[in-house]
Design a protein around this ligand. Structure first.
Ligand code: NAP
Length: 223
């Protein structure tokens, strides 16, 4: 039987590259949708893990539709604000619909934005707007809600402040926060992309811990 074909936008990115590796590890043929001006070094890096590169202008629906044709799922790992999440990803969605691709995974990979209040978080609002748009198309969409990337704890996510021996929280020290490691999000996304039975929303978490739990862990580890 032929390998399943998955088209991937954003393979050059942090999560996208991890999703690409995870898809290949699961036996998929992965078409990386890259810009026409992709650099030779980037081409080499992507091809080295076994990706098929298809160059297409990210705003050219028809070129992207040709690139997506025959794939069973289009996965987006794009990152940005309105011009990317709504505009660029919207062209990708239209291309997938035009090419009769049955399934689409948008670049959500966030906390569960169906449970947050509109107007309080720009990134969630953009993804919610995209969800509404995608749900008007005939394509079967799966959103993946994984909480925060675990890898950001102690890095981009400044909850842990070792210098002043503090763990920060907002409102409630016992509120549970979902965390999932980037590679686990990628593995899960790859599994979902290859499974036709995935539902509209997949909620996952490597672990759910509160700020108080994190403080306890830090205290036990570091004194
Ligand atoms: N839950 C969390 O804690 C968490 C943390 C970080 C990220 N995320 C999410 O994970 C997804 C991927 O994030 P990432 O950090 O892997 O992304 P990234 O590496 O910053 O970028 C991924 C791709 O998005 C495209 N892109 C980035 N900036 C752009 C711009 N200004 N204009 C047009 N295209 C642009 C590029 O694709 P091309 O190379 O094809 O142009 C890039 O390779 C996003 O949905 C992001 O919100 C979640």
């Amino acid at each position: 039987m032929a390998n399943p074909v998955v088209a991937l936008a954003g393979a050059s990115g942090d999560l996208g590259f991890r999703i690409a590796r995870a898809l290949i590890a699961r036996g998929a043929d992965v078409r990386a949708l890259v810009r026409p001006d992709v650099s030779p070094a980037e081409r080499t890096r992507l091809e080295a893990i076994g990706l098929d590169l298809i160059q297409a202008d990210p705003l050219d629906r028809d070129a992207l539709a040709l690139a997506c044709a025959g794939s069973t799922c289009v996965v987006s790992a794009l990152n940005g604000l309105r011009d990317v999440v709504i505009d660029r990803q919207g062209v990708l969605l239209d291309a997938a619909v035009k090419a009769d691709v049955p399934r689409f995974i948008p670049s959500d990979y966030s906390a569960d934005l169906t449970k947050t209040t509109p107007g309080q978080n720009r990134n969630f609002d953009l993804r919610r707007e995209f969800m509404a748009r995608a749900d008007k198309t005939p394509i079967k969409v799966t959103s993946i809600f994984n909480g925060a990337f675990l890898d950001m704890l102690g890095a981009e996510m400044p909850i842990i402040q070792p210098r002043i021996h503090r763990v920060l929280y907002w409102h409630d020290a016992d509120q549970l926060l979902d965390f999932t490691a980037k590679d686990d999000v990628a593995a899960y996304t790859a599994a979902a992309a290859l499974d036709d039975a995935t539902p509209r929303i997949l909620r996952i978490a490597g672990d759910s811990v509160s700020a108080r739990d994190i403080a306890g862990t830090m205290e036990r580890g570091l004194g």
